[in-house]
Design a protein. Structure first.
Length: 71
């Protein structure tokens, strides 16, 4: 087995690998949070779009009623 005593080449290399893994894990966590935020923003926009569609439909109904009463 290779030596992993502090300061040995294997120990230094192992620490470098651990540091790299920690950095990558941190980046992944940041990306995951950004995806969550974007999904929330998307969901909110979809809700707003649906509300706008309903409002437009209501306006259309009212306009049709106006034209029907004037005809």
């Amino acid at each position: 087995m290779s030596s992993t005593r502090p300061g040995s080449p294997a120990s230094v290399e192992a620490q470098a690998v651990r540091d790299r893994i920690t950095t990558i894990a941190s980046r992944l966590k940041g990306i995951e949070e950004e995806i969550r935020q974007r999904n929330t923003e998307r969901d909110n926009l979809l809700l707003e779009l649906e509300e706008t569609r309903r409002s437009v439909a209501q306006i259309g109904i009212q306009v049709n009623k106006i034209f029907e009463t004037q005809a």
